[in-house]
Design a protein around this ligand. Structure first.
Ligand code: NAD
Length: 354
């Protein structure tokens, strides 16, 4: 056995109600007295409750987060943070809100507390993203890694089933690619397998009863573990392909991950037998690619890239862009291989090993 494991600083508070009961304590622990709370427009009511819990330590509420963090949205948020004399930031919401908090942290160095309300896992990574004139840039910087992450399953009770399922499969995608990442370690593998198990077992219960606290807690616990594996490893073909589909063709984030993942797994399976065995154990199946596709389809998730608005001529362009980059993947990435995979995902056929 041979591995390198580098633990990132990680402080996590996980309990129902923690968004209002734990955030003030976490701010106090970090010595912060004037926090700007950021969120998306639809998350304003929840973020207001967090802001109120901070009392005098709240420097304002800025409900302007947008998908993929447009640079002008980040500029404005930095101005607001500076004008308010903020000494820290709290991001409440999904990957978009946390992305805005990270952009503020990147530009100002202000410490960030994250309060996630989806399963995207962004709160566990030092990766930031900014979009300028339609082009999304990403980078890694330890300054954007939240100093504290407050997981409150109650916040996710309002997450619609469709989004819960696609966001949940987005989390499983992190675990799946971490399992075959070149920088995985035995600890990462344990977290990935357990994260995928918790999430895939939680989704049916959550779809049957979105208000089930047990299922919501399990799903968020899975999201934490899957997110931690994303932060710890270098992602492969699946994440690159989804980045191209989102960045160049404007496809929606979690839905795209959901449609694409089974096809990438089927494509990589022969070159990553240990990762596939771990996923098979986690899902309780012999064919994790097909099982993931059936799981999401059972709860009404989109099945094909055509449904998400991709057009046939886009397949070759996306394949060229995806194969033209350098990143680790267990199987050699070729234009033909990606095009075949994309065609199957475009049509929504059952994924088959190739
Ligand atoms: P999102 O944050 O855009 O949220 C999707 C929708 O769900 C929004 O309309 C939001 O208002 C709503 N929503 C969120 N939580 C809710 C709740 N509890 N109840 C009801 N509605 C709720 O989507 P996302 O999938 O969480 O994040 C996607 C973004 O995050 C993308 O830009 C992606 O690139 C980024 N991301 C970054 C990383 C990273 O490591 N940097 C990791 C994963 C995702």
């Amino acid at each position: 056995m041979e591995f390198l494991h580098e633990a990132r600083p990680m402080r996590v508070v996980f309990r129902p109600g923690a968004s209002v009961t734990a955030v003030p304590d976490e701010a106090g622990r970090l010595g912060l007295r004037r926090l700007l709370v950021v969120c998306g427009p639809r998350g304003a009511a929840t973020a207001r409750a967090v802001a109120d819990s901070l009392g005098d330590a709240c420097a304002g509420l800025h409900p302007q987060a947008r998908m993929h963090v447009p640079v002008e949205v980040a500029d404005r948020a930095v101005e607001v943070a500076r004008a308010a004399g903020a000494d820290g930031c709290v991001a409440v919401g999904g990957g978009s809100a946390i992305g805005l908090g990270k952009a503020i942290a990147l530009r100002t160095g202000l410490p960030l507390i994250a309060v996630p309300s989806t399963y995207s896992g962004s709160e566990m990574t030092p990766v930031w993203g900014l979009t300028e004139r339609g082009v999304k840039r990403t980078g890694r910087d330890p300054a954007v890694l939240p100093r504290s992450v407050v997981y409150d399953p109650d916040l996710t009770l309002s997450l619609p089933v469709a989004l819960s399922v696609t966001s949940g499969i987005n989390a499983v995608a992190h675990a799946a690619e971490a399992l075959y990442a070149p920088d995985a370690s035995p600890l990462v593998a344990l977290m990935a397998e357990e994260g995928a198990r918790a999430m895939t077992h939680a989704l049916p219960g959550l779809a049957a009863d979105p208000g089930d606290p047990q299922a919501r807690g399990q799903a968020l616990y899975g999201a934490w573990l899957c997110g931690a594996t994303l932060g710890a490893t270098t992602m492969g073909l699946h994440h690159k392909l989804c980045h191209v589909l989102g960045g160049t063709f404007g496809l929606p984030h979690a839905e795209t991950h959901t449609v694409v993942l089974p096809y990438v797994l089927a494509h990589n399976a022969s070159a990553a037998p240990e990762a596939m065995a771990a996923l098979a154990r986690a899902l309780g199946t012999e064919d994790p690619a097909l099982a993931l596709r059936n799981l999401s389809a059972r709860f009404g998730a989109p099945r094909s890239l055509a449904e998400l608005g991709l057009r046939e001529p886009d397949l070759a362009v996306a394949a060229g862009q995806t194969a033209g980059q350098t990143y680790p993947n267990p199987r050699k990435v070729t234009v033909d291989g990606v095009r075949d995979l994309l065609r199957a995902a475009y049509e929504g056929r059952a994924p088959e090993p190739s």
